[in-house]
Design a protein around this ligand. Structure first.
Ligand SMILES: NC(=O)c1ccc[n+]([C@@H]2O[C@H](COP(=O)([O-])OP(=O)(O)OC[C@H]3O[C@@H](n4cnc5c(N)ncnc54)[C@H](O)[C@@H]3O)[C@@H](O)[C@H]2O)c1
Ligand SMILES: [Zn+2]
Length: 392
């Protein structure tokens, strides 16, 4: 069995070397969704360990991945599953590849191999591969099983749990899709060793988001562990991933299809309305999603404080944690309060003409509301835009 040996980037320094405690990192938790329930397996070395895959034994398996992930992890995963390269479909990498055309390519590949309804698709990669593969699984022969093997921090704490799948359309992101739950998730913290540092920080934004919206205990741990997480300490990573997934699993169990307007699942959008405005302003070209969410979290904390809901020192703690995770807390160069206002008004959370935001009642408690003082929002926008990054 080959050791899972991620290719470290050339910029890797000793601080990014993980401490290894494989056993201490193993966690299992369950997403309770009746007959669609499944286990989340978390830990170092899971993907290259054949023992991880007992429940898949005897099934017809096919793997979908992207070129970057294939270079590091495809062969160890295939070995552990008893498969060869013929059983894998390798797509180009990146958000621009989350297309109907690539979904069709995977569908063609499955048909050419005469995969039947009892086949299982494995998504080995970040959120792009997870969303696309899950979507293909949801429509191939009216739906086959799929497994998530997330390899970015963002996909390990967010996109691999909850069953949202889909592809982008020229008119917007994630416009074509389906709810389709995986039958299992395997999140191997070792895969994060090869992740570019910016992608790691972007994933940490979603971790901080979980803590701010629903787990004050996790927030305190993150304040303690943020440097260990940036240094890829496997135990700290497993613990943070487990707590985020547990929170997301609880929320998804309450509102599986996000059908409740302003319901529990919308709380996962904390920081995202501000963040989407930044992503749109920068045309999805320069800021990673998680970077925009990091700034959005800082802005949501500031606004919650101005409304008198969040204590000033707790708002300050949120902003400092975002900054310590190496995420931006200043808007992009040239972005004005009016830019924010007009882009935020387009966000899908505008109901009956009123902007709805996810805000914090206290550290670890969020609420979705349109009932807030608009002058406080103006003050937040003025405050952050006054500190916008200088125009180059
Ligand atoms: N389904 C959901 O609920 C949900 C939730 C949040 C986000 N998403 C989606 O997730 C996508 C973003 O996911 P992402 O941030 O994982 O992006 P991604 O899948 O594009 O991965 C980011 C980059 O890292 C590379 N990569 C992946 N794993 C690596 C590893 N271990 N080592 C080195 N490089 C690696 C990829 O090839 C890619 O270039 C978006 O399309 C977003 O819409 C979905
Ligand atoms: Zn997000």
């Amino acid at each position: 069995m080959p050791e899972l040996s991620p290719a470290r980037s050339k910029t890797t320094s000793s601080v990014r070397s993980p401490r290894r405690h494989p056993e201490a990192t193993r966690r299992r938790l369950r997403v309770e969704l009746g007959e669609r329930s499944y286990d989340l397996n978390i830990g170092a070395g899971l993907l290259s360990d054949p023992a991880s895959y007992a429940e898949l034994r005897g099934r017809t398996l096919r793997v979908v991945t992207d070129v970057n992930v294939a270079a590091c992890y495809l062969d160890p995963v295939l070995d552990a599953l008893g498969l060869t390269r013929e059983h894998a479909c390798v797509l180009p990498a990146g958000e621009l590849q989350k297309t109907w055309a690539n979904a069709e390519e995977v569908l063609d590949w499955l048909l050419a191999q005469r995969i039947a309804r009892d086949g299982v698709l494995i998504a080995l990669g970040g959120g792009v591969i997870g969303d696309l593969t899950g979507f293909v699984a949801s429509i191939y022969q009216r739906g086959i099983a799929f497994v998530q093997m997330p390899t970015t921090l963002l996909s390990q704490v967010d996109s691999s749990v909850g069953g949202k799948t889909g592809v982008n359309h020229a008119r917007g992101k994630n416009l074509i899709g389906a709810f389709h739950q995986p039958i299992a998730v395997f999140a191997d913290t070792d895969t994060l060793n090869s992740l570019p540092p910016r992608e790691l920080s972007a994933g940490l934004a979603e971790v901080i988001k979980c803590a701010m919206l629903g787990d004050a205990g996790l927030f305190a741990r993150l304040e303690r562990d943020i440097d260990a997480l940036l240094a890829l300490d496997a135990v700290a990573l497993a613990e943070a991933i487990e707590r985020c997934c547990a929170l997301k699993a609880r929320i998804v169990a309450l509102d599986e299809r996000e059908s409740l307007a302003g319901g529990p699942r919308t709380l996962l959008n904390l920081g995202h309305t501000f963040g989407h405005a930044v992503e749109t302003y920068t045309k999805y070209e320069t800021w990673l999603h998680g970077e925009a969410v990091g700034l959005g979290l800082a802005m949501a904390a500031d606004l919650s404080m101005r409304l008198g809901w969040l204590k000033a020192d707790d708002a300050e703690r949120c902003i400092r944690l975002v900054e310590r995770a190496r995420l931006p807390i200043r808007p992009p160069a040239g972005m004005t309060p009016d830019d924010f206002r007009s882009l935020m008004a387009r966000d899908k959370k505008v109901a009956a003409g009123k902007l709805r935001l996810v805000l914090m009642r206290s550290l670890g408690e969020a609420v979705t509301t349109a009932d807030f003082d608009a002058t406080a929002l103006d003050a937040t926008l003025d405050h952050f835009c006054a500190a916008a990054l200088p125009v180059a």
